[in-house]
Design a protein around this ligand. Structure first.
Ligand code: F6R
Length: 236
């Protein structure tokens, strides 16, 4: 594991964007695993800048996102598909048809999960998976549990996750209580994993996840077993 500590969010975002840019330059037809939330916004801004300046080209990149709220469709401005369009896809020259986010409005979420895993497999897996980390140690929406779940699956969000994500909604009551998330198999099979976390509030969970025992009670701890993991943390 490569654990990098930086001083500012801007520095974190530059380093993360540079790692993603290097991936795209090295393999123009790569598969990027992408995340939403507040952590990657700065990196997506930098990638947009690099694309506008001709440093990187998204035209042959494919992306697969980690997760989506159940019940929200792409036109809902709280959906993760909407977030990705706004923060990245609408700003770079990616082919939208090659950007995938699990559907939170599928009739059968279990089947949607199976199809999503098949899709990732058919793409040859993920070259670089970008992750954030929840205060409870979740990655994607893999919440603390008695076991790790391999496949893309339906989850009930923990009270702490609903509370943390309420900042993006009008009220806590508006936060969906269920989500569909990639499981640990696709994440752990990604060739490279890049996890970013900013703010002093994340320090304790990072210590548990990366310097404590590997346990499904701290889902991100499974990443200690990944052969090519980079973590970037900024206290501010
Ligand atoms: C988002 C995701 C989540 C977030 C995590 C941290 O697609 O999968 O695991 O990465 O909740 O969120 P922020 O970055 O808002 O602190």
């Amino acid at each position: 594991m490569n654990f990098i500590t930086v001083k500012t969010y801007d520095e974190l975002s530059t380093k993360a964007a540079n790692i993603i840019a290097a991936q795209i330059i090295n393999k123009p037809n790569c598969v990027l695993g992408l995340a939403t939330g507040s952590s990657p916004v700065g990196a997506y801004d930098k990638l947009t800048e690099y694309c506008k300046n001709g440093i990187i080209d998204f035209s042959t990149v494919t992306s697969v996102n980690l997760d989506e709220y159940v019940g929200l469709d792409s036109s809902n401005n709280q959906s993760y598909r909407y977030f990705m369009n706004k923060n990245l896809f609408d700003r770079v020259n990616i082919n939208k048809e090659k950007t995938f986010v699990p559907s939170g409005t599928a009739d059968d979420i279990e089947k949607e999960g199976e199809q999503y895993d098949k899709l990732i497999k058919s793409l040859g897996g993920i070259d670089l998976q970008l992750l954030g980390i929840g205060l409870d140690g979740h990655i994607g929406f893999n919440e603390p549990d008695e076991y790790f779940t391999a496949e893309t699956h339906l989850v009930s969000l923990d009270a702490s996750t609903i509370k943390a994500n309420a900042r993006f909604f009008a009220s806590e009551a508006d936060v969906p209580t269920k989500a569909i998330t990639m499981g640990m198999m696709s994440i752990m099979q990604a060739k490279k994993v890049l996890l970013i976390a900013n703010g002093a509030a994340k320090k304790e969970i990072l210590e548990k996840a990366f310097f404590g025992p590997i346990t499904p009670k701290v889902p991100a701890s499974i990443l200690q077993l990944h052969p090519d993991l980079t973590v970037i943390y900024s206290e501010n």
